[in-house]
Write a new protein. Structure first.
Length: 511
């Protein structure tokens, strides 16, 4: 497909122009941006598109997503991470989701993402209890069919869940603990599995890649994390992980290792430019320095962090420390949409309460960078996408500037961050192919997919409700662990407001 878009406003997000728009034409050919400039010649067989009154900007990057949560949107609230996981990721299961629903679940999140202007997703896929290449291939198939760009992992955990949080072994009755089996995957077996994925799936359709994900330092053995880090560096892909999302995890580092989880990773040599950390909320000044020195990235999940009550990440200080910051939705039952425009607005507004020093507030231009080129960097795709530059893949969103969100027009970056919610999107292009035009998804028949989901989901959701009842037996013990952990003084506060943590006072560490 060859496209020539004429007389558009262009927000390139490159080093030269940043968030300053300019006018011109864009030629897209063979999947790439072939030319940007005034009055470009129309090639033979090209489709000419009138860009007057329209904005061309880079496709948005969702730097952290769990597709496995897609069917649970609108289901949970008032649950911190450690309680919420009992239900979104049940300890006791009755087998994995069916192959057809696995495909449809992945397809649904890709469809929603594309219509919201997200051209690249980073899916930290989780599919307990095993590692089955045929099942992972279904995720790749779905993203291939939808036409989206994606980095896809198959997240690994090799520690028993009761050994990943403090106090649980002493709190949960032995008979209840015995009902939960631990993982059986070994580092060697996971490396063999990853080799098969790289050989068969990595690079599919010039849009789909495999990345390495060891879930979190407290959830994985040293041997597993070292093997994963080495493989990620060898393959030039991200090492995607979760660190210090909650106060419980801040306590976990001290309880288990006598140090923060970031210091633990650093001392093991596991922080590098390949490392992308989801969340990074309960990080200390030293943690931020170590992350910046290692050229790490984070995925800032502003909405998910609020819904799960995890806290507010110190984004300005992370940026000042040299940490690259992208934006993520997280899974769709802790957000509960795939819209990065929503995350942009929250991220821009949220950090104004961090300090009265206004020049240190996170700006609209900071947020646009995180949603585009810096987000691409978290996925190690910044040479491929994230900005509109000649030679890069053509991942482009066209927005109509004639609507309410832009009347009157003042500062474009402010409009995109504080006003736009995706309703102005008129076209989405991925890898040079039009995937969305005038609100219609062109790659998938939405009505057919919705009809099939309406037929299949009731039985699945009924089964999941039974799992929720089964796993609810663990909730009192998880809540006691959560209460004990959050009472600890970890030397920082990432909660908002002046309510006491619990009735009474904070206690000192260890009490």
């Amino acid at each position: 497909m060859t496209l020539l878009i004429r007389n558009a406003s262009i927000l390139a997000m490159d080093k030269r122009n940043g968030t300053t728009p300019f006018s011109g034409d864009m030629l897209i050919a063979n999947g790439t941006i072939a030319a940007i400039g005034p009055e470009l010649a129309l090639p033979a067989n090209a489709r000419e598109i009138d860009g007057r009154g329209k904005l061309l900007m880079p496709g948005l990057i969702n730097a952290h997503l769990h597709s496995s949560e897609t069917f649970f949107k609108g289901r949970y609230q008032h649950m911190p991470l450690e309680i919420w996981m009992l239900y979104a990721y049940p300890l006791l299961m009755k087998g994995p989701i069916s192959s057809r629903l696995l495909y449809l679940r992945s397809l649904l999140v890709a469809m929603e993402s594309l219509k919201a202007g997200v051209t690249t997703i980073v899916d930290d896929f989780f599919d307990p209890p095993g590692f089955d290449l045929d099942r992972l291939r279904l995720v790749f198939d779905a993203y291939d069919d939808a036409g989206i760009r994606a980095n896809i992992s198959h997240c690994v955990i090799d520690k028993h869940v009761f050994d990943t949080m403090p106090y649980l072994r002493d709190t949960i009755p032995a008979a209840l603990q015995a009902e939960v089996q631990g993982p059986s995957i070994t580092p060697d077996a996971y490396m063999d599995y990853c080799a098969d994925v790289f050989a068969s799936q990595h690079g599919r359709s010039d849009r789909l890649g495999f990345m390495i994900s060891a879930s979190a330092p407290q959830r994985c053995s040293i041997e597993m994390m070292q093997a994963c880090t080495e493989l990620a560096i060898e393959k030039s892909v991200p090492y995607h992980t979760h660190i210090l999302e909650t106060k419980t995890q801040a306590v976990t580092g001290t309880e288990f290792y006598g140090k923060s989880l970031i210091r633990y990773m650093h001392d093991l040599g596991l922080l590098s430019a390949n490392t992308t950390i989801a969340h990074s909320i309960w990080v200390s000044n030293e943690d931020m320095e170590l992350m910046g020195a290692a050229d790490c990235s984070i995925a800032h999940n502003a909405i998910s962090n609020l819904k799960l009550g995890s806290g507010i990440a110190p984004i300005r200080r992370l940026l000042d420390a040299g940490v690259n910051v992208g934006l993520g939705t997280d899974g769709l039952c802790s957000n509960d949409t795939a819209r990065i425009f929503d995350v942009m607005r929250f991220a821009a507004l949220l950090h104004g309460v961090a300090t009265p020093e206004t020049d240190r507030w996170v700006s609209a231009s900071d947020v646009l960078r995180s949603a585009t080129i810096a987000g691409a960097r978290t996925a190690m795709l910044d040479k491929v996408t994230g900005s509109l530059e000649v030679g890069k893949r053509a991942d482009v969103v066209m927005i109509d500037l004639g609507g309410y969100d832009y009347m009157p027009m003042n500062e474009l970056d402010h409009h995109l961050v504080y006003c736009e919610n995706g309703s102005g999107i008129r076209m989405v292009i991925v890898n040079g192919e039009i995937t969305v035009e005038d609100g219609k998804l062109l790659t998938i028949n939405e009505e057919d997919i919705f009809a099939e989901l309406r037929e299949l989901l009731p039985a699945y959701m009924k089964d999941h409700a039974e799992l929720e009842r089964l796993n609810a037996r663990f909730e009192p013990y998880m809540r006691e662990m959560y209460r004990r952990a959050t009472l600890q003084d970890v030397g920082m506060n990432r909660y908002q407001g002046d309510l006491p943590l619990w009735p009474g006072q904070n206690s000192v560490v260890g009490r």
